[in-house]
Design a protein around this ligand. Structure first.
Ligand code: CP
Length: 302
């Protein structure tokens, strides 16, 4: 992992995932350490973010490093027409690591190819969100005590949701059974289903939400990604497809936990928040420890 960019979750192996999880456990026990003194991490966000950007920044601050960057490309020289390559080549002069979110799929890979410092993909369009995936793995391991042989429901926008694409690819290593719950328009793309088939992983597709909840260990809910639709009418057709309500959780397994990368719009009713099975806010906190693990691994400090 040292000095390597993290662009897709497939850039890391099962052993790498376990190493990050172990290190995140260490940071959860001791989140404040002065081990990034003198290091500068740049966060370049060409798309909005709350959790990813702020948890990266919190992770660096707690470890004694410094953060530079922008939260809106309109406040950078991109607004004057500067290319992504020139932006990356410039920011790399000022930083040891670049964390970038960009709406264009493949932009993070391109940035890593031109950058002299490692690049971490904080989400590229509907493609990948590998650091979210690692914090999801951490959250699953923490709540279930294991990653192997779990029954996982992925709910919502499985077409455009980059977090479910990364999670599916990582979980291939742990023999899960998947239930995909989505409207027809937003089904899991074929390339990911083919990857499951090639690895002998079972998956089932449903349009109805409650059918598979009772056997689930993890219910991973996603927002319908309005910003990725080219036809606004298509969004209108599916925007309220699923709303998970507290009463739907009756009879579910005691170990079951509800995850959501957030932000939520209306796909999980607020009455679920008080249920002990709701885990999405602790999941967001796990992002700090996991990102501490990612940064220190890439910088060769841990
Ligand atoms: N989970 C996630 O990527 O959230 P943000 O868009 O707020 O960063």
């Amino acid at each position: 992992m040292k000095n390597k960019s993290l662009i897709s979750i497939s850039d890391y192996s099962r052993d790498d995932y376990m190493q990050i999880i172990e290190l995140a456990e260490h940071f959860e026990k001791k989140p404040v350490q002065n081990i990034l003194e003198g290091k500068v991490v740049a966060t370049l966000f060409f798309e909005p973010s709350t959790r990813t950007r702020l948890s990266f920044e919190s992770a660096v601050n707690k470890l004694g490093g410094r953060i530079i960057g922008f939260t809106d490309a309109a406040s950078s020289s991109v607004k004057k027409g500067e290319s992504l390559k020139d932006t990356i080549l410039t920011v790399a002069q000022y930083s040891d690591l670049i964390v970038m979110r960009h709406p264009v799929e493949g932009s993070a890979r391109y940035a890593s190819e031109v950058s002299p410092v490692p690049v971490v993909n904080a989400g590229d369009g509907a493609n990948q969100h590998p650091t979210q995936c690692l914090l999801d793995l951490y959250s699953i391991k923490k709540t279930q005590g294991k990653l192997d042989n779990l029954n996982i429901c992925l709910v919502g926008d499985l077409k455009y949701g980059r977090t479910v694409h990364s999670l599916l690819q990582a979980m291939v290593n742990f023999k899960p059974t998947f239930h995909f719950i989505s409207p027809k328009l937003l089904q899991m793309p074929n390339e990911y289903k083919m990857e499951l088939e090639a690895n002998g992983i079972k998956y089932y597709e449903h349009e109805e939400l409650t059918a598979s909840l009772k056997e689930a260990d993890i219910v991973y809910v996603t927002r319908i990604q309005k910003e990725r639709f080219s036809e606004p009418m298509d969004y209108e057709k599916v925007k309220n497809s699923y709303i998970l309500k507290n009463k739907m959780l009756e009879g579910t397994k005691s170990n079951m936990r509800i995850l959501h990368p957030l932000p939520r719009v209306n796909e999980i009713n607020v009455d679920v928040d008080e249920n002990e099975k709701a885990y999405y806010f602790p999941q967001a906190l796990n992002g700090v420890y996991t990102r501490q693990a990612i940064i220190t691994s890439i910088l060769g400090i841990k």
